[in-house]
Design a protein around this ligand. Sequence first.
Ligand code: SAM
Length: 246
Amino acid sequence: SDHQLIYPPHPDQMDWSSLYPDYVVDDEPQDQHTPAPETPSDQQDLAPLRPKRISKDVEVADIGCGFGGLLIALGPTMPETLILGLEIRVSVTQFVEDRIKALRAQDQDTKLYRNVGVLRANTMKFLPNFFRKGQLAKVFICFPDPHFKTRKHKQRIVSTTLNAEYAYVLRPGGVVYTITDVPDLHEWMVQHLDAHPSFERVSEAEQEADPCVAIMRTETEEGKKVERHKGQKYVALFKRLEDPAW
Ligand code: SAM
């Protein structure tokens, strides 16, 4: 349950260093001659820990990444970009973490997969705790809500409330990628993202020209499952618009 979830109070306090150790930057060395300010001993424990800094921000998020197929496929195609999978199930998150570790160990020379990480999180609740306004360039929502019909509106991964959060964390020009094999869920996502003033649907031509779309269709575990069962996959992309000038 949520009380076991770890999330920062604010994105600036998120420590990404363990997820992307290759990107950790050394902080300015302390000036030896300047005495450290004195902190009363009873306040020392209250001093906020400054997280280790990394040289880049996460710019791509996979919401409900499952077993990590999309992350692993995207990593080498955008080696300069930090990609993060968010997954609520503990054992699945651990599986993806181990998978990334193993791939990194294999690719000592090429240094691939250093830009891919996974975090256990409930994306329905804490997204703005991890990402600042406009931080993300891409958000993937692949095969969410398998029990869509029986879920209440508020429990769905695309909803009026959550779309406002996706709009907040995405920069203008950024894209929400959706894919599902459930026609009703596709319609639901299209209808709700279309209705949001910050989003505009991407044309089919532009959609099919985007290399991420092919990866999302073929490399997600769910996408592979649908392929085996010769099912349909419904794709819709939405671009984050500029905020209107007031
Ligand atoms: N995206 C993957 C794929 O396409 O293969 C996995 C799809 S799977 C049907 C949906 C995943 O979303 C599950 O792994 C589930 O645990 C995760 N999930 C559901 N609700 C979530 C939430 N609120 N926050 C994070 N992950 C969630």
